[in-house]
Design a protein around this ligand. Structure first.
Ligand code: PEP
Ligand code: MN
Length: 441
C-alpha cells in the first residue's frame, strides 16, 4: 500500500454505505483513466497566493453552494454565481487595497457530511441525502441508495462546470469595468444598494483615474479563478490523484484547493491521512470545540515543513462564540511560529431551523461573526485572511434578514438549496460592502 492509500487503514468518517464495493472499484478504475481537472502548476500558483493571504498581502474569498447538483450545471446559474463572487471581490480589492484570491466552492462540491445517517419524514426512514455524488435528493428508497456510478458523474459535472467557469473568467465576464458596472447597477437599482453609493463612486473614480493614466493591464480583463470542494469521498479523491511530471509529487487533481470538514478532521482519521500526502493547498474547518492543541497537531501533520500557503484554517465558530473561541487558537498558533491563513466561515456556526422546518441563517449573525473575526485579529495584531461563504447569484430566499429584511415567512418563496441555506445575490453583495466599510474604518 503506498502513502496515497494509507488512509484505507484508518477510520474514515462520513463515507457512504455503498451497496456494492466492486462497483466503487470499477468507478475508481475509470476515474484513474480520465485527464486531471486541474494542473499541479495551478495548485502551486494558488499556494503562492495563499502564502500572501497568510501575511496580509492578499485577501481570500471563497464562495459557492453548500452542495452543487448535477442538474445545476446550467450556464445561467453558474454565471450568476461567478458574477456575484467577482462583484464582491472588486469591492473588497478596493477596500482592502490588496488583491483578492477568488476561489469557488465550485466544480466538485457534490458530497456532504450529514449529522444523521438517516432522514425521517412522516414516519418513513430513508438514508440521508449525501450529495449528488452519492445518492439522489428525492425522498424515495430508490433515489436514496448510494450509487458508485455517481462518482463518475461527479467528474463529468466538475469538468463541465470548470470548463464553463474558465471560459467565463477569460471571456469578458471578469472585465473590471464590466464587473464594476454591475455593482453600480446594484447600487442604483436596489433599495438595499443605495447606502453603498459613495463607495461605488469612489471605485468609479479610481478606475477612471487608472484609465486616464493609460493603465490597462491584462488583470483588468480576466482573473485567476480557482476551484475548491470538501475532500470528503476518499475513493474519489484518491482516484483523481496524479503524479506531477515536473516534480514527481502527488496532487489531487479534482480541484485546486481541498478542505477537510469539521466532521471529518479527526486527528487519527482517514481524511487527514489522505490530504497529508497530496501537495495541493489544504484547508481545515475549525469549530468552537477546537483546542489550541488540536490546531498545533493539525499543523504538525499537514504542514511539517512550514510551507508558505500550504495550510488554511477556516474557522466557523458561530456569532456568539467567535470572540471567546478564536483568540486562544490564533495566539497559540502564532506563538508556535507557524504561519497559516486564517479564513472566516460565518455560515456553519449560525444555522438554525425555523418552526416551519426550514434550515436557515440570519444575515445579522453572519455579519456579527465576520465582525468578531476581524476584531479578534485586530486586537492580536494577526491577519484576518479571508471569507468563506455559501452563496448563489440567484434571488433565492434561504437566509433571513439583510437589507430586504427577508422574514421567516418568506423562506417558502424560493428555497432551492439541497443542503445548507445560501446568501442570495443581494445579501452577498451587501456582505461585501459592509465588510468593505469595516475595512475602511
Ligand atoms: C460545509 O462547508 O458545507 C460544511 C459541511 O462545513 P463544516 O465542515 O464546517 O460543518
Ligand atoms: Mn454547508
Amino acid at each position: 500500500m503506498n502513502s496515497l492509500q494509507a488512509w484505507r487503514a484508518l477510520p474514515a468518517a462520513q463515507q457512504p454505505e455503498w451497496p456494492d464495493q466492486s462497483a466503487v472499484e470499477a468507478a475508481a478504475t475509470e476515474l484513474r483513466t480520465f485527464p486531471p481537472l486541474v494542473f499541479a502548476g495551478e495548485c502551486d500558483s494558488l499556494k503562492a497566493r495563499i502564502a500572501d493571504v497568510a501575511v496580509g498581502k492578499a485577501f481570500f474569498l471563497q464562495g459557492g453552494d453548500c452542495a452543487e447538483t448535477f442538474n445545476g450545471v446550467g450556464a445561467d446559474a453558474l454565471r450568476n454565481k461567478l458574477r456575484t463572487i467577482l462583484q464582491m471581490s472588486v469591492v473588497l480589492t478596493y477596500a482592502g487595497s490588496v488583491p483578492v484570491v477568488k476561489v469557488g466552492r465550485i466544480a466538485g462540491q457534490y458530497a456532504k457530511p450529514r449529522s444523521k445517517p438517516t432522514e425521517v419524514r412522516e414516519g418513513v426512514e430513508l438514508p440521508a441525502y449525501r450529495g449528488d455524488a452519492v445518492n439522489g435528493f428525492a425522498f424515495t428508497p430508490e433515489e436514496r441508495v448510494p450509487d458508485p456510478a455517481r462518482l463518475v458523474r461527479m467528474y463529468h459535472s466538475s469538468a463541465a462546470t470548470l470548463n464553463l467557469a474558465r471560459a467565463f473568467v477569460i471571456g469578458g465576464e471578469a472585465d473590471l469595468r464590466q464587473v464594476h458596472a454591475w455593482n453600480t447597477d446594484f447600487v442604483r437599482d436596489s433599495p438595499v444598494g443605495e447606502r453603498y453609493d459613495r463607495m461605488a463612486r469612489d471605485i468609479d473614480r479610481a478606475i477612471a483615474f487608472m484609465h486616464a493614466c493609460g493603465a490597462d493591464p491584462a488583470e483588468f480583463h480576466s482573473v485567476d479563478f480557482y476551484a475548491s470542494h470538501e475532500a470528503l469521498l476518499l475513493d474519489y479523491e484518491e482516484a483523481m490523484t496524479r503524479i506531477d511530471s515536473r516534480t514527481g509529487l502527488p496532487y489531487d487533481t479534482s480541484g485546486h484547493f481541498l478542505w477537510v470538514g469539521e466532521r471529518t478532521r479527526q486527528l487519527d482519521g482517514a481524511h487527514l491521512e489522505f490530504v497529508r500526502h497530496v501537495r495541493n493547498p489544504i484547508g481545515v474547518k475549525l469549530g468552537p470545540a477546537t483546542t489550541a492543541q488540536d490546531a498545533l497537531t493539525l499543523i504538525e501533520k499537514l504542514d511539517p515543513d512550514r510551507e508558505p500557503g500550504r495550510l488554511t484554517f477556516i474557522t466557523r465558530m458561530g456569532a456568539k462564540k467567535i470572540r471567546d473561541a478564536l483568540p486562544e487558537l490564533v495566539e497559540k498558533v502564532t506563538a508556535s511560529g507557524a504561519t497559516v491563513a486564517w479564513v472566516c466561515d460565518p455560515m456553519h456556526g449560525n444555522t438554525f431551523e425555523t418552526p416551519s422546518g426550514y434550515k436557515t441563517r440570519r444575515f445579522d449573525d453572519v455579519l456579527e461573526e465576520v465582525e468578531g473575526f476581524f476584531e479578534v485579529h485586530r486586537s492580536l495584531g494577526t491577519v484576518p485572511g479571508g471569507l468563506h461563504v455559501e452563496l448563489t447569484g440567484d434571488a433565492v430566499t434561504e437566509c433571513v434578514g439583510g437589507g430586504h429584511e427577508l422574514a421567516e415567512a418568506d423562506l417558502v418563496h424560493r428555497y432551492e438549496t439541497v443542503c445548507d441555506p445560501r446568501l442570495n445575490r443581494e445579501q452577498s453583495l451587501e456582505l461585501a460592502f459592509l465588510l468593505a466599510e469595516m475595512l475602511h474604518r
